[in-house]
Design a protein around this ligand. Structure first.
Ligand code: ADP
Length: 263
């Protein structure tokens, strides 16, 4: 029996898009991460779970190259932490989307402008910006709110704006630091579904959270961090996952593709 939907989804060749090789990170005398080796493939989905202070945010900041390892190497789509020159960092950041627990939207700009902001910064053609931003807002279900300001939106809507903004530069990987931390459980699941739709369309997603209960229901890889060390890396396919409704729904809905880069 053939499944045309599944067949029509092209499966790209797999290679690591993000790698950490024996990474240790110290802040002064405090050790935040110890000897972390981790690979995430293009199109992969990884939950990084662990209690507060475990080192999750530090891990994401290293991938975003906001911090650099004290020892070891981080590579992100061909960018090497040890050879990273300051003037190359904006190029890396365009390929790595980032969302946070507290959304970090620009309060004095409307929703359209918030999502368009990363494109304004790099001086992209206005017509491309308009088309891309309106398309993305439609895909995250916020086209009608494009002229509203962040304070007029619910938490879940604000996080959807932040997601659209993170996707606007067509990243290879989306980093999410406790993206559901400020949201009630129902809205949190909606945000997870959105992340699954993004992932199904081909963007790798790395989501850090302390909420093991929320993420263990999904048939996805879970990397457990405690006291700065990886204590377990659960392979998704080893687990039987009941009731992963958002994941199933995400498969049935339209994949949330990142916009094609401007020619
Ligand atoms: P998590 O995201 O899992 O809560 P973090 O990565 O924020 O953990 O923190 C890991 C450890 O590193 C903690 O002990 C924290 O206090 C410390 N830490 C994080 N950022 C800094 C910093 N900028 N300066 C000093 N210590 C830090």
């Amino acid at each position: 029996m053939t499944n045309t939907t599944a067949e029509s989804r092209a499966v790209p060749e797999r290679h690591p898009i993000v790698s950490l090789f024996h990474v240790t990170k110290r802040y002064g005398k405090r050790v935040a991460l110890t000897d972390i080796t981790l690979h995430v493939e293009n199109g992969g989905f990884v939950f990084v779970v662990g209690p507060s202070g475990a080192g999750k945010s530090t891990l994401l900041r290293l991938i975003y190259m906001e911090e650099f390892p004290s020892e070891g190497q981080v590579t992100v789509s061909g960018f090497l932490s040890s050879r990273m020159r300051r003037n190359r960092i904006p190029h890396l950041r365009r390929k790595v989307g980032l969302i946070f627990q507290n959304f970090k939207l620009l309060e004095d700009r409307n929703i359209f402008e918030n999502v368009a902001f990363p494109l304004y910064v790099i001086g992209v053609n206005r017509n491309y910006i308009r088309k891309t931003v309106l398309d993305l807002l439609g895909r995250v279900g916020l086209y009608q709110k494009r002229n509203n300001f962040p304070h007029e939106l619910s938490g879940g809507e604000q996080q959807r704006v932040a997601i659209a903004r993170a996707l606007v530069n067509s990243p290879y990987v989306l980093l999410a630091d406790e993206p559901t931390g400020n949201l009630d459980p129902v809205v949190a699941r909606e945000i997870l579904k959105l992340l699954f739709r993004i992932n199904i369309a081909g963007t790798a997603v790395i989501m850090a959270t302390h909420d093991h209960e929320l993420v263990r229901q999904y048939r996805q890889r879970i990397v457990h961090i405690e006291h700065g060390e990886i204590v377990q890396d659960e392979n998704a396919f080893d687990r039987w996952s009941p009731g992963a409704r958002e994941l199933d729904e995400a498969w049935r809905e339209e994949p949330l593709k990142v916009p094609p880069p401007e020619e």
